[in-house]
Design a protein around this ligand. Sequence first.
Ligand SMILES: Nc1ncnc2c1ncn2[C@@H]1O[C@H](COP(=O)(O)OP(=O)(O)OP(=O)(O)O)[C@@H](O)[C@H]1O
Length: 237
Amino acid sequence: MADIAFESLSRWYGETPRRRVVLDGVSGHIRAGEFVVVVGRSGSGKSTLLNLLGGLDRPSRGAVRIGGTDLAGLGDRALTALRRHRMGFVFQAYNLIPTLSVADNLRLPLSLNGMDDDGRVADWLERVGLEGRGEDWPDRLSGGEQQRVAIARALIHEPDFILADEPTGNLDLENAERVVSLLDALCRAEQRTLIMVTHAREVVGLADQLLTIREGRLVEAAETGSAGGPGIGAAAP
Ligand SMILES: Nc1ncnc2c1ncn2[C@@H]1O[C@H](COP(=O)(O)OP(=O)(O)OP(=O)(O)O)[C@@H](O)[C@H]1O
């Protein structure tokens, strides 16, 4: 388990005079085991920040440190290894491999990490409420079911960090609530860090930390209010 620190993080595209700055010197600290929600308007830089924290992209300036290790000091192979072992990703479009069964989709991160099945696939299918569906093709599953497979796939190799980019973007309210509470519960049970980009404001109430981005900059908490408020499924006061 490790904290993530990011300092003066910037990402731009192109060169001056056409340089386009999409993330502009953002700093923060994410403690191991926290649920962090990233919100902001479309195009504000949320996915850009998530991709930098997850080592999917490299900053133009500034640093990301995971447990004190500066990602800039890692070559591409080391960065790939860090992502493979220590991170799990969940995207809006599920991104399951359509030519592999559900169970084989779950076996993929295991084999990439040199881990045996040892009942893990069946265990994770059960944890996400899909017991007995391992031999199905992904396209036989509903959107909500596919996203639950994607959650199992992101967690099965026991990563320290789960990065989720709009995981409920394609789902109706009922499935969205189920996916968010599943991710929250599964990460909290094992003290895994969960960083989620979302447009669903109701998720904010579940977060330990809220990062609000406006035009590439972090908005101070005092400007947005705290991360309190009722979450998905919370009883009305
Ligand atoms: N490869 C690229 N080249 C140029 N601009 C890019 C590139 N990738 C992203 N951008 C721009 O960076 C800005 C921030 O994009 P980002 O995907 O981080 O926004 P976002 O807040 O996640 O948006 P959304 O909520 O719509 O997904 C956008 O204006 C986008 O057009």
